[in-house]
Design a protein around this ligand. Sequence first.
Ligand code: ATP
Ligand code: MG
Length: 267
Amino acid sequence: MKIGIDAGGTLIKIAVEDQGQLTFKKQPSTEITEVAAWLAALPDADVALTGGKATYLQSLIPQQAFQSIEFDATFRGIQSFLEQHDIALADYIFANVGTGTSIHFVDGENQLRAGGTGAGGGMIQGLSYLLTGITDFSEVTSRAAAGDREKIDLKVKHIYKGDKTPIPGDLTAANFGNVLHNMHDMTFTADDKLAAVMGVVGETVTTISIHAAREFKTEHVVYIGSSFLGNALLREVVMDYTVLRGFKPYFIENGEFSGAVGTMRLM
Ligand code: ATP
Ligand code: MG
């Protein structure tokens, strides 16, 4: 049995390969001792680790695990998912929207870190709590999908008020910039605020990703990370914004397990 584990800042992603069958599971990083106890009961498993908490997890388990650098593991995992789905891309940007967001350029067999941003899944969780008091991620995502960003975010067309705009009027001019204009005659529900949170995170991640795509002269952007899980609105914001800016977005099924699968494949 082979086990690949990506122990990240928020979630531990686990890929298990047993008799050719690949299965996935995840657990909060706060439960790392439970993951270690599970591994301790599988002493003969070949274990490969990656992620920010890999070294700590190694200190808790009996196996002498293989360890790889998170960026290389993630790249290897993405390659194997793309192959599996028959998606052939000569070059692309990938954005790993985890607790934080890391952006990379891939050219053939090499990945190069192209940048990052503190806007990501951790920001979704923290800002959602500050604005609404909600901590449950699935509640955050389902309520965000039911919310309305229009009264919170200021678009270019709102500023130009019917005048001809120099850039598409539907582009966001200022995330949260419409609040003071609407505060007297509108109410902002928790759902609306959560929708605006997905807006600012999604647009920030997309903007940085497409700048990297332009810099490295590729048109493909692959988005992965658990922040997209069950998060229809974040996906929609990122997809639409990438297309609007003239690039091609890709979301990979199980993409959040790229690091776990990749470190296993590199072992
Ligand atoms: P990093 O790579 O930055 O160290 P990570 O690998 O833990 O972090 P991911 O697992 O890719 O990051 O994504 C974490 C984000 O996924 C959270 O910040 C949150 O927005 C979202 N998320 C999805 N499902 C859950 C869940 N069940 N519990 C908590 N967060 C979740
Ligand atoms: Mg991660």
